[in-house]
Design a protein around this ligand. Structure first.
Ligand SMILES: [Zn+2]
Length: 228
């Protein structure tokens, strides 16, 4: 009985998307297996899920699915679990002494909810104030992509992006806002197709100085999309 209660507790916690902590919960032996070994194992595991659901695994349309899903999990949508895939965060001297705010907005986010294994789709906006170092613009897209390719919780994704940018740039003055739709909310359960979730992680002056924060939020709000 106690076990059932505990199971229900954690099911409810996940359904409410309550994060436990802010590092991706990985075991110490997470990378003992090679990617190819993981693909082989997941192929069998996913075959069993489909088989248990009653699907005819000899059907030509379904035969290839376990191996396709296994490759997609390991190399694509959960590829960011592997620290070997972290993009190099090289920074450069800020030669022009541009020490104002730089905002990279509307970075497309494709991630996966760790509670339901359904997609999270949205946009990330990142701002920073250089203290002498700058980072290539596309690196910000890559860092979002890297952390998004994990089973995720939106709050954690937002924090991981900010933390890695702070480390690379050597400044606390980094902020990130993510606005995303969770398909586990939009397509099942409560089936609210309109709602989206906004998370913000504000570091340094973005947190302590209301003017800096307001400036950042104003840029995010500006309609800068090209209508082509
Ligand atoms: Zn979910």
């Amino acid at each position: 009985m106690k076990d059932l209660k505990e199971e229900e507790f954690f099911e409810d916690m996940g359904d409410g998307h309550i994060p436990s902590h802010f590092d991706t919960p990985l075991r110490a032996d997470a990378f003992d297996m090679s990617e190819d070994e993981k693909i082989e194992k997941i192929k069998g595991d996913f075959y069993n899920i489909m088989h248990t659901l009653g699907l005819d695994m000899d059907d030509d349309s379904l035969k290839g699915t376990p191996s396709r899903v296994a490759k997609m999990f390991v190399k694509e949508i959960f590829g960011g679990l592997n620290p070997g895939r972290k993009p190099r965060m090289s920074t450069f001297d800020n030669k022009y002494k541009y020490n104002q705010m730089l905002v990279e907005k509307d970075i497309i986010v494709y991630s996966t909810c760790e509670h339901h294994f359904l997609p999270i789709v949205g946009r990330a906006h990142i701002g920073y104030i250089s203290n002498g170092r700058v980072i290539g613009l596309s690196k910000m897209n890559r860092i979002v992509e890297y952390y998004a390719k994990r089973p995720q919780v939106q709050e954690r994704l937002t924090m991981q992006i900010v933390k890695s940018m702070q480390e690379a740039l050597g400044t606390e003055d980094v902020a990130c806002v993510i606005d995303a739709k969770h398909l586990c909310v939009n397509s099942r359960g409560i089936k609210d197709i309109e709602s989206s979730t906004v998370t913000a992680e504000l570091g340094g002056h973005f947190k302590t100085d209301p003017t800096t924060r307001a400036e950042f939020l104003k840029y995010i709000d500006m309609n800068t999309r090209f209508n082509v």
